[in-house]
Design a binder for this molecule. Structure first.
Ligand SMILES: NC(=O)c1ccc[n+]([C@@H]2O[C@H](COP(=O)([O-])OP(=O)(O)OC[C@H]3O[C@@H](n4cnc5c(N)ncnc54)[C@H](O)[C@@H]3O)[C@@H](O)[C@H]2O)c1
Length: 345
């Protein structure tokens, strides 16, 4: 079959990446979608089982820091579009092992950019999926794309550094990059270390939701389908060399989040909610919130379509219907690993 576009997604087995890959593969049968992922602990090959047999889908298990592999991919495939999502993403872990975050998030981006830029077939777009966390905390300030970048944890520092690398390829070579900075994204299939699945997982095990520290933290939550629609719109209509905030006005205090989830999962009255809360010491230098303006993206016609009520309903239902998804993920990864090793023996 002839394909009229080849898209490389890095990190396509992760939470957002798997939704992006599924969407690209099913909506665009004439596009070939290549997913490059190392299969880190936080992802499951099962996230892609609905599309893994499609003829327009190819999975490559590999490390984005491996320049030989990346040069091989770009010399054997005519890659038109790159969505770069592969990253270490857990903020708390970034305090414990900052060097692994630097390796994947900065070096991986450098290697990918180098291979993409040197490719014989020039890519049309390189979309780097970054985060609102690069702005640092905003208490009485709402950030737009020209606001200063002040990352305050090792994770966001590596994302900001990678952004500068990506931007330098536009400034120096007019390599057609676009950078997105999105809010916290949530939805089905997110690994249980992030706040919403962490609370759901605790409640499913009849444990209490742990609230870190006493300061009133909140997050702007964007449903994963809305994030994907923003990325796909930016692919077609975004201006190269530009940065786009991707977010929502839906700000949810973490305490309110825990209370809502307790009521939904445990089906209890207001008076019993506190029985499912436990207060634990704060993690170091946690930011209180990251408010962003998204007018630039909205001018292209994007709106978040999924309300908080609907998005959290779908998410809670998915975790309810798939209680073993993450416990079984390790076994599935082992099987993919042995299949991969066999073909390479
Ligand atoms: N989840 C959010 O709320 C959010 C918000 C804004 C931006 N982002 C960004 O979106 C991207 C995806 O986030 P996510 O939540 O899906 O994360 P995730 O942790 O679920 O997925 C990351 C994926 O990257 C892969 N990966 C890690 N190291 C790799 C390597 N060396 N080579 C190849 N693949 C590797 C992992 O196996 C995993 O599949 C990240 O770049 C993240 O910074 C996430």
């Amino acid at each position: 079959m002839d394909f009229n576009r080849t898209v490389l997604v890095t990190g396509g087995c992760g939470f957002i990446g798997s939704h992006l890959v599924c969407s690209l593969v099913t909506r665009n049968p004439h596009w070939r979608i290549i997913n490059l992922d190392v299969l880190d602990y936080c992802c499951s090959p099962r996230s892609l089982e609905s599309i893994e047999d499609r003829t327009n889908y190819t999975f490559i298990r590999g490390d984005v820091c491996n320049s030989r592999l990346l040069n091989h991919i770009f010399s054997t495939e005519n890659i038109d579009v790159i969505f770069h999502l592969a990253a270490k993403t857990h903020v708390e872990s970034s305090f414990e092992s900052p060097s692994s975050f630097q390796r994947v998030n900065i070096d991986g981006t450098r290697v990918l950019l180098g291979a993409a830029h040197q490719a014989r077939h020039r890519p049309q777009r390189f979309i780097y999926v970054s985060t609102d966390e690069v702005y640092g905390a905003g208490l009485d300030q709402v950030f737009d794309e020209s606001s200063p970048v002040r990352p305050s944890n090792p994770y966001s520092a590596t994302k900001a550094a990678a952004e500068y690398l990506v931007k330098s390829y536009w400034d120096k070579y007019k390599f057609p990059i676009i950078i997105t900075r999105s809010n916290n994204i949530y939805g089905p299939r997110q690994y249980t270390e992030k706040v919403i699945p962490r609370f759901l997982n605790l409640l499913q095990m009849n444990k209490k939701c742990t609230i870190q520290g006493t300061l009133p933290k909140s997050r702007h939550f964007l449903f994963v389908d809305d994030a994907i629609s923003a990325f796909l719109l930016l692919l077609e209509k975004g201006t190269v060399g530009e940065i786009y905030n991707v977010g929502t006005s839906c700000e949810i205090p973490i305490m309110q989040l825990a209370r809502e989830l307790i009521k939904m999962v445990k089906n209890v009255q207001d008076s019993e909610v506190n029985d499912w809360l436990e207060f634990v010491p704060d993690r170091p230098r946690v930011d209180l919130c990251y408010p962003i303006k998204c007018e630039k993206l909205q001018q292209l016609g994007w709106r978040a379509e999924v309300s908080w009520v609907e998005g959290i309903r779908q998410t809670v239902k998915w975790y309810h219907d798939n209680p073993d998804f993450w416990t079984e993920a390790g076994e599935d990864q082992g099987q993919v690993r042995s299949k991969f090793q066999k073909t390479n023996e």
